[in-house]
Write a protein that binds this ligand. Structure first.
Ligand SMILES: *Cc1c(COP(=O)(O)O)cnc(C)c1O
Length: 460
């Protein structure tokens, strides 16, 4: 939908939270204390925080009003009814399992559906999803189209499943070993890249041939719908709300981290139409999260989630959000910095291999760049490279480094202005200009798993 006029954010600011830039000397002290790992920084020492878009949104006045109206009854609270209505209206599901966040939704659904030896095709599984399936003895298999691995290739739907890979996998392992197929929209692990409606439809058709259910990992389903509206034939004149709902019509259910597009600070859910499956999940829900009408959340959180689900269907809101991510992307490209193209819905990714070609992966260039950006301008982004994703080879035990070294800048929803984006871009540009002087990092100590969250590092 082309607009004639320049459009600003479709909201004005009613509450503000002060932030400040501490001095360069202080930043040097803080990052040293943090073991040269941005996860160890205190938020008060950060000027602009682009660590994640999860749970960091600014809630609306309507969501805050819902917080005040929260009904804290243990069973049968009003907030649950509002959540059921919102899930039905926005996503089209009849049954809702509330949970404290997305990974709890995954754990409950997978415990009921995944057996040892099962294989689950994905476009690309998100890390918590991957870990949960493996812990149950299942094997997630990546069936994303190859273009997802070409950072500079401009393609409208880099999150699509490759249907040839999907069919080959079903033929190879047999449909009885596949309890469901899962599509993550947008594809977070692949850089927030969208999945086309045609792909959702085709995956459902293939799945139906073999009577395999399809689930959607729905955290950014509104952003995905926006990309469909902008990029897919036949959707230009359709309202976002309609497109969001159509996506789920090609599925049997969803898991949903409501800390993303629904702009709640905490919360998640499972949406389903199959009553039998819903009934199987309930005892686990009570044992692991809480009673079936609150699922580990306060009643007030249910209100914030229910209202956020409705708000995320606003065309202008999602358009302004993605425009801001694109704006930052353009500033970086104009400075000669290479980023993954096209920018994703919630984040953009700097190609660190081209930024710091002189630092070998064994010296963690992505994390070194995160440290430099913090030192330069007080901005926190996160390195996603060898520190996070190196794995030992199953045979030789040698370290296998990931294909890419990336710096992720995730943009919280409704939190920062374009001026903040200018500061981020300018800081990164200054680091780029002195990139030849930047050194890598080495590990002082780190746990064997999930080491990028906890590692202590030092300059080489
Ligand atoms: C964030 C996320 C999850 C996990 O949700 P949490 O609320 O963080 O537990 C699962 N899948 C995707 C795609 C996500 O982005």
């Amino acid at each position: 939908m082309k607009k004639e006029q320049v459009m600003a954010e479709p909201f004005r600011i009613k509450v503000v939270e002060p932030i400040r830039l501490i001095s360069r000397e202080e930043r040097e002290r803080r990052i040293k204390e943090a073991g040269y790992n941005v996860f160890g920084l205190k938020s008060d020492d950060i000027y602009i925080d682009l660590l994640t878009d999860s749970g960091t949104a600014a809630m609306s006045d309507n969501q805050w009003a819902g917080i005040m109206l929260g009904d804290e009854s243990y069973a049968g609270c009003r907030g649950f009814r509002h959540l059921e209505e919102a899930v039905h209206d926005v996503l089209g599901f009849n049954y809702v399992v509330p949970v404290h966040q997305g990974r709890a939704a995954e754990r409950l659904l997978f415990q009921v559906m995944v057996k040892k030896g099962d294989v689950i095709p994905f476009n690309m599984p998100f890390d918590t999803t991957d870990a949960c399936i493996r812990s149950l003895g299942g094997k997630p298999v990546n069936c994303v189209a190859d273009v997802a691995y070409e950072p500079q290739a401009i393609h409208p739907f880099k999150g699509n499943i490759d249907l040839v890979k999907l069919r080959a996998l079903i033929t190879e392992v047999g449909a009885q070993k596949i309890p469901f197929i899962m599509l993550t929209i947008t594809n977070n692990a692949g850089g927030g890249q969208p999945v086309a409606m045609s792909n959702l439809k085709e995956v459902k058709e293939v799945a139906s041939e073999y009577e395999i259910p399809v689930f959607i990992d729905a955290a950014r389903c509104a952003e995905n719908a926006y990309f469909i509206q902008q990029r897919e034939e036949g959707y230009q004149d359709r309202a976002l709300a309609e497109i969001i709902k159509e996506q789920f019509s090609y599925s049997d259910g969803c898991t949903f981290s409501c800390k993303k597009d629904p702009m709640a600070n905490i919360g998640g859910l499972i949406g389903l139409n199959n009553e039998e499956l819903y009934r199987k999940i309930l005892p686990l829900l009570i044992a692991q999260e809480g009673f079936i009408t609150y699922g580990g959340l306060a009643g007030r959180d249910l209100e914030a989630v229910a209202r956020g689900l409705r708000e995320m269907t606003d065309d202008d809101l999602i358009a302004s959000r993605i425009r801001q991510v694109e704006y930052l992307g353009e500033l970086l490209v104009d400075s000669g910095i290479q980023i993954i193209q096209p920018v994703g819905g919630h984040a953009l990714f700097v190609d660190v291999a081209s930024f710091l070609p002189h630092i070998p992966q064994s010296h963690f260039p992505a994390d070194a760049l995160a440290v430099e950006l913090y030192l330069e301008s007080g901005v926190r982004a996160v390195g996603l490279g060898a520190l996070a994703f190196s794995t030992p080879d199953e045979g030789t035990g040698e370290t296998i480094s990931p294909k890419m070294e990336l710096l992720r800048l995730a943009i919280p929803r409704r939190v920062y202005t374009d001026r903040h984006m200018d500061v981020v871009a300018e800081g990164l540009k200054r680091v780029y200009e002195r990139r030849n002087q930047i050194r890598g990092l080495r590990i002082v100590h780190a746990p064997p798993v999930l080491r990028h969250f906890l590692a202590r590092l030092e300059p080489v």
